[in-house]
Design a protein around this ligand. Structure first.
Ligand SMILES: Nc1nc2c(ncn2[C@@H]2O[C@H](COP(=O)(O)OP(=O)(O)OP(=O)(O)O)[C@@H](O)[C@H]2O)c(=O)[nH]1
Ligand SMILES: [Mg+2]
Length: 575
């Protein structure tokens, strides 16, 4: 018998129906009659030719039904012209469902166009524009429903690539409905090409991860700008290029998103314009803020503390250093592990998710607890070894000079110059994590130990401070703290203050201290003279050993004086 499609067996009918599952009608469906739901479901059966935004038939169908329901109706159509979602709103707005499954790279358009009806001929609302921005639709279309239920004019909005006016979108109003049958595919192709071209104009040829730096401040813009400058350096040390900076001044930070929702949507469009895949906040985010921002923006979200932890993770070499960093990372990230967290899963791997240890931030909270205990135990045993070494050193009674200072001030360079060593020197932040000690013999046959250690930074994350407590506590053994200041930095005064704050937090503010102004080769000599007088500091250029004799002389004097006041210390020539 020949198969005849029209006489399907009941079973075959069921199978056929199953193969095209009934798609859900999203949104406000309460109070709709079964037949209206059925007619809404019918919309899923339609297909729009890929090259048209919407067909006149579909527009007519949506308008007629919309008028009858007195509710807006929206459809989301993919690039092939398949209708992915049908959503019902009320008479003036539509609340869109979570499009989670349709996620695409954050620096591209979503590949969905959003067509919906407007019942009062009203222009796009701020909510419409927020949807366009935050969901990165290919285009957003509103079709006015005429009094007779037929489509009236339409308006189309699309996001704009980077432009000199700083505009985020373009709206075309009063379009006759047949214009929506324009060649959509070539329009969207051209738009995407333009996005790609303008994205590449930022950080040309740079293959690193691209970030937008964000600061929310209740204070002055200038201070925030300076702080972002440092954040950019931290980012660059992490292998991330900062492609844009955004500062928002607010009277207080938004508890949910830190910055306002409107501003956050602006950030989303901006990340599309500059091709960023990462947001870095200068302020600390709570786990719930970080999660909320990551969810709304679909971007990776990191704060300054995570960035610093990441640098530490990359730069830790010694066993103790690695243990300390992993401990700090786990402690900081622990609260993020509560509940399911897209924010964190987006962090694993790449920046913010690098760990020196074995865990690589595994999401299992209990295992993290176990790991924390294990790390703390190991650190204690390392600390014992350190205690022994320290006792041995004290038995030798050599005076100790410890170099301290803001990160990148030139501490390691100075240690090297004074002792002809080759401790790693780098134009990056936190190049040194592990303390280094060298012997130095002064001309007067006086021998001392000089130590170089981890640099300081303003608002040092407390978890890092705790983790590095043992390393920092060693500074207490010093007979003199040599405070190295980068005199060429515009933020020099802030740096001095930050170092002093940390020393006082460590209760080391009453220890003998000598300040040196480093990198004098980079600033005008008169300025150096003034600043040196102001801070009673010794000017040097650690890179140029010819500038060091005055410092050596001063160090020798200070230590010599101390020797005669402290019987423990012995001049090596006399022992
Ligand atoms: N122009 C100039 N550059 C210097 C001088 N001293 C150090 N530098 C540069 O400053 C950068 C930082 O030097 P480091 O010695 O690594 O600084 P640090 O204080 O040890 O930094 P961290 O260990 O990262 O905290 C390097 O690029 C050095 O070459 C100097 O006297 N003049
Ligand atoms: Mg160093």
């Amino acid at each position: 018998m020949r198969y005849n499609g029209s006489v399907l067996s009941p079973l075959a009918k069921v199978i056929r129906q199953r193969r095209t599952p009934i798609k859900r009608i999203e949104g406000n469906v309460t109070g709709l009659k079964a037949n209206q739901i059925h007619r809404l479901q019918h919309i899923y059966r339609r297909k729009v030719p890929a090259q048209q935004i919407v067909t006149q038939e579909l527009a007519r169908y949506l308008c007629e039904l919309s008028l009858e329901l007195n509710r807006q109706i929206g459809v989301l159509i993919d690039r092939k012209g398949t209708i992915e979602y049908v959503v019902v709103g009320d008479h003036k707005s539509i609340f869109l469902p979570d499009l989670g499954r349709a996620r695409v790279a954050a620096n591209r358009l979503r590949g969905l166009r959003y067509v919906h009806t407007h019942l009062r001929g009203e222009p796009f609302t701020p909510d419409d524009m927020a949807d366009l921005a935050h969901l990165r639709f290919d285009v957003m279309v509103a079709i006015d429903v005429g009094a007779d239920g037929l489509p009236d004019d339409a308006r189309v909005a699309s996001l704009l690539p980077d432009n000199p006016d700083g505009k985020q979108w373009d709206v075309q109003d009063g379009l006759p409905i047949n214009q929506l049958e324009m060649n959509f595919l070539s329009f969207i192709q051209a738009l995407e090409n333009e996005f790609e071209r303008t994205q590449q104009a930022y950080a040309v040829g740079d293959k690193r991860e691209r970030a937008i730096l964000i600061s929310i401040t209740t204070g002055s813009k200038a201070v925030a700008e300076e702080s972002l400058e440092e954040l950019a350096e931290l980012a660059s040390t992490c292998g991330v290029v900062a492609v844009d900076r955004i500062i928002q001044q607010r009277s207080q930070s938004d508890p949910h998103y830190v910055l306002g929702r409107g501003k956050l949507d602006e950030v989303i469009v901006r990340s599309l314009q500059v091709g960023a895949d990462l947001l870095i906040f200068d302020q600390s985010l709570t786990p719930s803020q970080s999660r909320a921002i990551a969810e709304r923006t679909e971007l990776k979200v990191i704060d300054r503390t995570m960035l610093i932890l990441d640098i530490f993770a990359q730069h830790a070499h010694s066993r103790e250093g690695k243990l300390q960093v992993e401990l700090a990372q786990l402690k900081y990230l622990m609260p993020y592990l509560a509940g399911q967290s897209t924010a964190l899963s987006r962090l694993t791997g790449g920046i913010g998710g690098r760990g020196p240890g074995e865990t690589k931030l595994e999401i299992d909270r209990r295992r993290v607890q176990e790991r924390l205990h294990h790390l703390e135990k190991q650190l204690r045993s390392v600390a014992q070894g350190r205690h022994l070494r320290r006792q041995q050193r004290q038995r030798r009674h050599l005076p100790v000079i410890s170099i301290v200072g803001y990160t990148n001030a030139g501490k390691s360079t100075l240690l090297n110059a004074l002792t002809q060593s080759d401790v790693l020197v780098q134009d990056s932040l936190f190049a040194t994590l592990d303390p280094a000690s060298r012997r130095l013999r002064f001309p007067r046959d006086l021998e001392v130990i000089i130590t170089d250690t981890v640099g300081f930074i303003r608002d040092l994350p407390p978890d890092l401070m705790t983790a590095f407590r043992a390393t920092l506590d060693e500074l207490r053994d010093a007979d003199l703290l040599l405070h190295v200041v980068d005199v060429s930095s515009p933020a020099m005064e802030d740096h001095i203050r930050a170092v002093e704050t940390i020393l006082s937090d460590l209760q080391m503010d009453d220890m003998p201290r000598l300040m040196v102004l480093n990198k004098i080769d980079l600033v005008a000599p008169e300025m150096v003279v003034n600043l040196a007088r102001l801070h009673q500091a010794v000017p040097i250029a650690a890179r140029d050993r010819r500038t060091l004799p005055r410092l050596i002389e001063r160090l020798q004097e200070v230590i010599w004086d101390q020797l005669h006041n402290d019987p423990r210390l012995v001049v090596s020539g006399m022992s």
